[in-house]
Design a protein around this ligand. Structure first.
Ligand SMILES: Cc1ncc(COP(=O)(O)O)c(C=O)c1O
Length: 431
């Protein structure tokens, strides 16, 4: 029988050495059902991370499995050279729900590739390599997306053909903006944006790429309207805006179907990935046709929109809409916040409980007088303690000191209550 440790040895000797499995004693997830998973040794966990927000409507969801089985019995792969019906149908449904006028879809196999494509479209359309990104962002691991990723811990390279400037963003706790209230942060960041335009660019900026709520950055939530105010400045220069909805899409924020809707804007492009395939490799970019038309060369994607992922995507998207899971994200998200609120207030090393919908974070800190210092070590302890108490959560933040809690959109009241009780036990175990 395989064990977690035998698989770890094989992982370490066969996979790229820069990959790091989570946990002091990493686990191999062998099976899942709804919000629960079991490792190869039969240990059960409540999964409040979903493989980084990817298993969005539960493990082993019968609608998705049925759609995959039925497609697998027909044809597994064709590519964008052929008129795959599931791919076309999914493009039609995503374009319609995107909110972008005259929308067209280009499918990719990952979020990084989707953002890469969006950057190529923006720079082509605007004939400029000048790009703005937000500090504390994460947009992927490809060469172009590394250039717009604002966290040194995730940077394998800073070499790029893009000329990137970073504007100030919504992360406040361990930053020069610590303590700045919502009423002021937007104004300060917009002033910074204007200064960046005046001092660091030619004015011919191609785009701003942003996450409506920063994911890997630790669920930093800007005030509503934040990116709308930025767009007012950017529109004076004709710069496009790209909303990276890889984590915030499909109703996860509860209040809206897309994260961008909290900002009173319609982006020129949005990118999606993760949850829409409920675990299959499905991602892409949506843009107005005129922007897509800026590519004149031959173009092709081997795996983008492949029939298997497209069938899974159609089943997932319809399940989300038909079961009104956006609403569930809102209700369950506030139940989760309520469950954690008092312990977050009482515990000196929990600097902040924040988030929206089913994107909830605990930022772990130390205090040195008035100064707040990130505490990645204690965050690591909490991550391990959660696992020891039977719940999987994630770690994030530029300083590695944020615990991310992101249950499936299908999560039930009982599962939220059970999750809260496990997290509270974990917190108490390391007081
Ligand atoms: C906001 C955001 N954009 C892009 C990506 C990259 O997606 P992928 O890992 O599918 O390449 C991620 C991955 O975590 C992400 O969180």
């Amino acid at each position: 029988m395989q064990t977690n440790s035998s698989l770890l040895n094989r992982y370490l000797s066969s996979m790229a050495p820069y990959l790091k499995p989570l946990y002091d004693t990493p686990i191999s997830i062998d099976q899942g059902d709804g919000s629960y998973v079991w490792d190869v040794e039969g240990v059960e966990y409540l999964d409040f991370f979903g493989g980084v927000l990817t298993t969005m409507i539960g493990h082993n969801n019968s609608e998705v499995t049925k759609a995959i089985e039925s497609q697998a019995n027909k044809v597994l792969h064709t590519s964008t050279l052929y008129l795959s019906e599931p791919m076309i149908e999914l493009a039609e449904e995503i374009a319609a729900i995107s909110g972008i006028p005259d929308a067209r879809v280009f499918f990719t196999a990952s979020g990084s590739e989707a953002n890469d494509t969006a950057l190529m479209l923006a720079t082509n359309f605007r004939s400029s390599n000048e790009v703005l990104a937000v500090r504390n962002s994460y947009h992927g691991r490809t060469f172009a997306t590394q250039a717009v990723t604002g966290q040194s811990t995730w940077l394998a390279s800073r070499i790029s053909g893009l000329s990137v400037n970073y504007v100030q963003g919504p992360y406040r706790l361990s930053s020069p903006f610590e303590g700045v209230p919502d009423e002021n942060i937007t104004e300060m960041c917009v002033a910074d944006l204007q200064q960046i335009m005046d001092t660091a660019t030619t004015g011919e900026v191609a785009c701003l790429i942003f996450e409506p709520i920063q994911g890997v950055g630790g669920y930093t939530v800007p005030p509503d309207g934040f990116y709308g105010s930025m767009q007012k400045i950017l529109s004076n220069y004709g710069a496009l805006i790209i909303s990276d909805e890889v984590q915030t899409g499909w109703g996860r924020t509860g209040e809206h179907f897309w994260g961008y809707q909290a900002h009173g804007i319609t982006p020129d492009m949005l990118t999606f990935a993760k949850g829409v395939g409920n675990g299959t490799a499905l991602a892409g970019v949506v843009a107005r046709a005129e922007i897509m038309e800026s590519i004149n060369a031959l173009n092709f994607s081997t795996f983008g929109g492949n029939p298997l992922s497209a069938a899974a995507g159609l089943a997932t998207l319809r399940y989300v809409v038909e079961n009104n899971l956006q609403d569930n994200a809102k209700t369950m998200g506030s139940r989760l916040i309520t469950g954690l609120e008092s312990v977050a207030e009482e515990t000196t090393w929990i600097g902040e409980l924040r988030g929206r919908g089913l994107m909830i974070a605990l930022e772990i800190v130390n205090h040195d007088g008035d100064r707040v210092i990130p505490d990645p070590h204690k965050a690591g302890e909490l991550l391990e303690a959660c696992k020891d108490n039977g719940i999987l959560v994630g770690k994030a933040g530029v300083y590695g000191n944020v615990i991310r809690i992101a249950p499936m959109l299908t999560v039930t009241e009982e599962e939220i209550d059970s999750g809260v009780s496990k997290i509270l036990k974990a917190i108490h175990s390391i007081q």
